[in-house]
Design a protein around this ligand. Structure first.
Ligand code: SF4
Ligand code: SF4
Length: 382
C-alpha cells in the first residue's frame, strides 16, 4: 500500500519502473552485465538482430552475461583438467537459458508476452535457413554490444569490463516497452591495447588469421561496431569440435588428440574434414562430460566435447593474465588419448612415441593413415 495515499500502487509498471526492475532482477539472478536493446536501437542491423523472428510484436530485448569459473578456465588451458570447465560451461549456459526464461515469465506477469531464448546451440530452421548454416535465432553478441554488456574484441567475442570474454550470453525478448541502455564507450575498449593478440595466437585452425587485415563492420541503430572478419566456419569447427587439435607448430595442442593438417585455403578444408571427422567418430569418447549439441549428434550419434574455445578463454580483462593464459595453453605440451578414453598432456616427443607405439589401425584414429595423402595441399606448418 502507498503510505501517502493509503491506496494500492497501480498494477501496471511504467516503462522506467519495469526497465529498472528487470535490470535489477537480472543482476540478482547472477548476471555480471545487463543491456537492453529496442527495435529502434537495433534498426538497420543484420537479420540476426530481428526481434520479430523470435517474437512477433517484440519491442525490446534484455541481453546479459554470466561469468564462467576463472580457476576452471586456467586448469583447462593448462591441460590439467578438461572436465571442470566442461561442466562449468554447460551449467553456466544452462543457467543463462534459465535466467532468460525467468525474465520472460516475470515480464509476462505484467501483461507483456515475452520469450527467453537459449544461450547456445539453437539455429534457424525455416524456409530460408538450415541449422547447419549456424544462423542463430537471435545474435546475443550483437545485442550485447549494442546494449552495453561489453565491447567487441578483435576476435568478435564480446569482452566484458571485469570478466573479459569469459562469459555466457543469453537474451529475453519482450513485447514490453523498455528503456534502451547505451553501448560502452569505445575509448575504454581494452582490446585496442592488446598488442599480442592472444586470441589469434591461441587458434590452431587460423580462423582469425586475417584479423588485422580483414574486418567486418556492423551498424545497429546508427552505431557501428568492428571486429575481425570470420573465415569459413568449418575452419573453427574442424578444431573446435575436436576433429583435430595439434597446432601447426607441433609443439602444443588443444584437448583434442587429433592431429590432422590445417589447410591454408578455406577451399581445401573439404579435402581434410571428412577424414578427420571419420577418425573423430571412431575414436573413444574423451573421459568426462559432453556438450549437448544436437547438430553433430544427429549426424554421427556422438556428442561433442569441449576441446578448444581458446580464443575466448585466453581473453581475460587483465593484459598480464591474457599473456599468462596463452603461455598456459602453449607451454603444456600436446594431448594423447589412452584406450579407456582418458586424455593426457605430455611433451611433443613423448606424444610422438605414444603414437608410434600404436598399431596402424589405432593410430589412424588420430592422424592421417597415409602421411603423404595431403602432400599437394598448402598447409600451415608444412
Ligand atoms: S585476446 Fe586481445 S586482441 Fe583478442 S579479443 Fe581479447 S583483447 Fe582483443
Ligand atoms: S574456438 Fe578454437 S578453433 Fe575456433 S576460432 Fe576459437 S581458438 Fe580457433
Amino acid at each position: 500500500m502507498s503510505e501517502k495515499s493509503g491506496r494500492r500502487p497501480p498494477r501496471t509498471l511504467t516503462t522506467a519502473e519495469l526497465t529498472a526492475k528487470i535490470i535489477d532482477l537480472t543482476s540478482e539472478l547472477g548476471a555480471c552485465r545487463v543491456g537492453i536493446t529496442t527495435v529502434d536501437t537495433l534498426a538497420g542491423g543484420p537479420p540476426s538482430t530481428d526481434l520479430q523472428y523470435v517474437l512477433p510484436g517484440a519491442r525490446a530485448a534484455i541481453t546479459f552475461a554470466l561469468p564462467f569459473d576463472q580457476d576452471k578456465i586456467r586448469d583447462y588451458l593448462s591441460k590439467r583438467d578438461r572436465d571442470g570447465h566442461q561442466v562449468d560451461y554447460s551449467r553456466t549456459n544452462t543457467l543463462a537459458t534459465g535466467v532468460a526464461a525467468q525474465l520472460a515469465g516475470y515480464i509476462a506477469h505484467f501483461g507483456h508476452p515475452s520469450v527467453g531464448t537459449l544461450s547456445n546451440e539453437v539455429y534457424r530452421n525455416d524456409d530460408a535457413n538450415r541449422p547447419s548454416q549456424l544462423y542463430p535465432d537471435i545474435s546475443h553478441r550483437l545485442l550485447a554490444v549494442r546494449g552495453g554488456v561489453g565491447w567487441f574484441g578483435l576476435s568478435g567475442n564480446v569482452m566484458t569490463p571485469d570478466h573479459g570474454a569469459n562469459v555466457s550470453l543469453a537474451t529475453a525478448v519482450t513485447t514490453a516497452e523498455l528503456e534502451p541502455t547505451e553501448p560502452l564507450l569505445e575509448k575504454d575498449n581494452y582490446c585496442d591495447e592488446c598488442g599480442d593478440m592472444e586470441c589469434v595466437a591461441a587458434c590452431p585452425s587460423a580462423f582469425l588469421h586475417n584479423a588485422k587485415k580483414q574486418q567486418t563492420t556492423v551498424t545497429m541503430g546508427g552505431v557501428s561496431f568492428t571486429y575481425a572478419e570470420r573465415r569459413n566456419y568449418d575452419r573453427c569447427g574442424y578444431v573446435c569440435a575436436g576433429y583435430s587439435g595439434l597446432h601447426p607448430s607441433g609443439r602444443w595442442s588443444t584437448w583434442s588428440p587429433g592431429r590432422f593438417p590445417i589447410p591454408k585455403h578455406d577451399g581445401d578444408l573439404r579435402a581434410v574434414v571428412p577424414d578427420a571427422l571419420k577418425a573423430w567418430v571412431e575414436r573413444p569418447k574423451l573421459d568426462g562430460h559432453t556438450l549437448q549439441q544436437p547438430l553433430l549428434y544427429q549426424a554421427t550419434r556422438k556428442d561433442v566435447q569441449l576441446t578448444c574455445g581458446s580464443c575466448m578463454l585466453v581473453c581475460a580483462a587483465d593484459p598480464e593474465e591474457r599473456r599468462r593464459r596463452l603461455e598456459m595453453l602453449r607451454g603444456h605440451g600436446v594431448v594423447v588419448q589412452h584406450p579407456d578414453g582418458r586424455v593426457e598432456a605430455m611433451s611433443p616427443e613423448a606424444a610422438r612415441a605414444h603414437l608410434d607405439a600404436m598399431d596402424p589401425e589405432t593410430r589412424a584414429l588420430y592422424e592421417p593413415e597415409d602421411p603423404d595423402a595431403y602432400d599437394d595441399l598448402d598447409t600451415y606448418g608444412s
